[in-house]
Design a binder for this molecule. Structure first.
Ligand code: GLN
Length: 201
């Protein structure tokens, strides 16, 4: 199993460590020529979506990656990666791959709640009754998801700190998006689920 990890900026090493631990081979995407080989899945890590989006275009990777996602290659987007996948952004005129029918607000949690931890069950992972530790860092908020994009993780805290149903994980066809950082915890079940999608199981 070969997984291509976008490695232009952000927390890509942490994804690679978990993917390798689970037996996958990782290919780092740093320039257009890195896309010449074949791979079974794509990881879009956390970081700064504006920088990643700009570099993807400048380095000649944007169109090829978008086509692969639309053609069905499984993709895992975390935090900034989720922003790259979002169909539209509430507080920015930018759009990146825009392959997932969700509306997202960047940096939604403000200064005080910029980074926080929570727990939630994640639908589809092994032992799904067991809560998963969630780490949020200047996270995006999923304002709405089209009916075809299913919520797979929900926390009880809204961006303004009030209680409510806050969807923090979404699956849409071959695309998996999380507002949190599963690569920053010891729990590997999100990556296991992604690798199962890559294997087609
Ligand atoms: N705030 C970042 C953005 O808008 C995302 C933060 C992250 O990936 N940890 O791109």
């Amino acid at each position: 199993m070969r997984i291509a990890v976008l490695a232009v900026q952000g927390a890509f090493i942490e994804h690679e460590r978990i993917l390798r631990e689970l037996g996958a081979e990782c290919v780092e995407l740093r320039q257009g020529s890195d896309l010449s080989g074949s791979f079974d899945g794509i990881v879009l890590p956390g970081g700064e979506s504006t920088v990643q989006g700009k570099l993807l275009r400048e380095l000649g990777m944007f169109e090829d990656l978008k086509r692969r996602i639309l053609d069905g290659t499984p993709v895992l987007g975390t935090c900034a990666g989720l922003i790259l996948l979002a169909g539209s952004l509430e507080n920015s005129p930018e759009r990146y791959f825009a392959t997932m029918p969700i509306l997202v607000r960047r940096n939604a949690y403000g200064r005080q709640l910029g980074s926080f931890s929570a727990e939630a069950r994640i639908r589809g992972v092994r032992n799904e009754e067991e809560p998963f530790p969630l780490e949020f860092i200047r996270a995006p908020y999923i304002v709405s998801a089209d009916g075809a994009a299913s919520p797979i993780a929900v926390i009880g805290k809204m961006p303004d700190g009030s209680e409510g149903e806050n969807v923090v994980g979404v699956r849409y066809e071959n695309q998996l998006g999380f507002a949190f950082h599963p690569e920053l915890t010891k729990d590997v079940r999100c990556h296991e689920m992604f690798l199962a999608m890559c294997r087609g199981t």
